[in-house]
Write a protein that binds this ligand. Structure first.
Ligand code: ADP
Ligand code: MG
Length: 340
């Protein structure tokens, strides 16, 4: 099972200035997997800009051209989980062997390997084996290798061996094409001025462009309405507001304490009771992940701690997420609560 999504293909991936380099590098790799200097091919860029789509498209194209090659798509979270499970069940060698047999390995969102030393180590060995044997590795990340944190130097240097290609936010014309392409595929007609209105107002995320179209179609059919510019305005406003909403540290503390059924004062208190310490560390972790505040500022707002305490909290959460299923669930639940 390649885990590839056939709907994420090159035909559906609208070309524009913002993605031309990454797209053509992806095409080159698909034509000659393992046979170009683009190995690994690392696609990086912000949320919703098409990294996952393009990574699948390369895999789908390779499967089409070379049906005998084994292609595997996997998220780095799932890869990490599989590795941890293999350690627990004493099947680490089977895990490594499985990955070393693959012709084209696609790992999505490698930034999630950050801080996970064990997984990085095993990936390093798999990577070397594949690369030495002329197999293709394709990676995606939300950052360029130079900006990645808590990834081992030797792995980072491997990431830089091939080509790093950025997916940028699409320009206006590309946004219009993406919208038109989506409408065409859904068999929906929409007045040009509405398409242009959406393209003018949603700028930095293709997923949101699609989201507006999906909401428009749902609203219009549900209320038996026409596609009007007013409806477009309402929906676009909602999307813009949601994106702009920067979470505050206060809000994060409230959500975390409520989740653990305690009040904010308890979360901030000096106690060393384990569940309270964990709640506090989670609040610090989410404050670091979801706000632009410095470690020092996060510390001072969460019970007057210093920046080293916050840094330690973030590392602890990363480690526990990797080793403790229950804790991982906390992080997942809270991520949902904070972002929905
Ligand atoms: P990322 O992995 O970078 O967060 P995704 O690959 O999940 O982004 O893309 C988000 C959505 O936008 C997907 O539905 C994808 O099909 C669509 N998309 C992104 N870029 C393009 C593009 N150039 N043409 C068509 N659809 C795109
Ligand atoms: Mg993605």
């Amino acid at each position: 099972e390649s885990q590839l999504n056939p709907n994420y293909n090159f035909v559906n991936f609208v070309e524009g200035d913002s993605n031309r380099l990454a797209r053509s590098a992806g095409m080159a790799v698909a034509n000659k997997p393992g046979g170009t200097s683009f190995n690994p091919l690392l696609i990086y860029g912000g949320v919703g800009l098409g990294k996952t789509h393009l990574a699948h498209a390369i895999g789908v194209e390779i499967k089409d051209k070379y049906p005998d090659k084994t292609v595997l798509y996997i998220s780095s979270e799932k890869f990490t989980q599989q590795f941890i499970d293999s350690v627990k069940s004493n099947t680490r060698n089977d895990f490594i062997h499985f990955y070393q047999m693959i012709d084209v390995l696609i790992i999505d969102d490698v930034q999630f390997l950050s801080g996970k030393a064990g997984t990085q180590d095993v990936f390093f060995h798999i990577f070397n084996h594949l690369h030495q044997n002329g197999k293709q590795v394709i990676l995606t990340s939300d950052k360029a290798p130079v900006d990645m944190q808590d990834i081992e130097q030797r792995l980072l240097s491997r990431f830089k061996w091939g080509l790093s290609a950025e997916l940028q936010a699409p320009d206006y014309e590309t946004r219009v094409s993406i919208l038109q392409n989506k409408l065409y595929r859904d068999g929906v007609e929409m007045p040009e001025e509405i398409v242009e209105y959406i393209a003018k107002n949603i700028k930095s995320n293709v997923r949101e462009l699609e989201g507006v179209i999906i909401s428009m179609i749902a609203q219009a059919s549900f209320n038996r309405k026409e596609f009007t510019i007013e409806l477009a305005k309402q929906i676009v406003d909602k999307f813009v507001k949601n994106t702009k909403k920067e979470l505050s540290i206060d809000y994060i503390q409230k959500v975390v304490s409520k989740y653990f059924d305690m009040d904010v004062a308890t979360l901030q208190s000096k106690t060393r009771k384990r569940h309270i310490v964990q709640a506090r560390q989670l609040a610090m972790y989410f404050a670091k992940r979801m706000t632009k505040s410095s470690l020092a500022s996060i510390g001072s707002q969460i019970g007057k701690r210093d920046h080293a305490t916050v840094l330690h909290a973030c590392k602890t959460v990363d480690n526990l997420t990797e080793t403790d299923k229950q804790f991982k669930k906390y992080v997942e639940d809270l991520t949902k609560k904070l972002t929905l």
